[in-house]
Ligand binder design. Structure first.
Ligand SMILES: [Zn+2]
Length: 135
């Protein structure tokens, strides 16, 4: 284990390390099960009628597509969420509103000019009229 120095940064690193260890452990487990299944296939004679890679493709190899799919979907969802979420740190709301004069996109909650409560039709028309007058 990596020695921890304390503080939230090392806690975050520790969490990341734990995640990596869990993923690595799962991978080892999957490969180990594939090995056991392959060994069983060889010793029960189910392997003899097919090619030498039958054990692989019926074992872990058959899960490759699934593993790839899960990884791709996970990365896609993560990237999508990172791209569309509010630029305020720690905010996971969808950012619908660009803040003029900055490169940031913000959610309704964090944007200074977007009302957080609903408006009546009259209020909306009033704002539109003010905008047209200012033009
Ligand atoms: Zn936000």
């Amino acid at each position: 284990m990596v020695p921890e120095t304390g503080g939230s940064q090392s806690k975050r690193v520790g969490l990341g390390l734990l995640l990596v260890l869990v993923v690595a452990g799962l991978a080892v487990l999957i490969v180990f099960f594939a090995f056991v299944r392959h060994w069983a296939a060889v010793h029960t004679g189910t392997l003899n009628e097919s090619g030498p890679y039958y054990g692989f493709w019926s074992g872990f190899g058959s899960d490759l597509g699934e593993a790839t799919l899960i990884t791709a979907v996970g990365i896609g969802v993560y990237t999508g969420v990172r791209k569309v979420n509010c630029h305020t740190k720690g905010c996971w709301r969808i950012s619908h509103h660009a803040l003029e004069g900055t490169p940031y996109h913000l959610c309704r909650h964090h944007h200074p000019d977007v009302p957080t409560k609903g408006a009546s039709h009259e209020q909306i028309l009033e704002q539109h009229r003010k905008y047209l007058e200012a033009q």
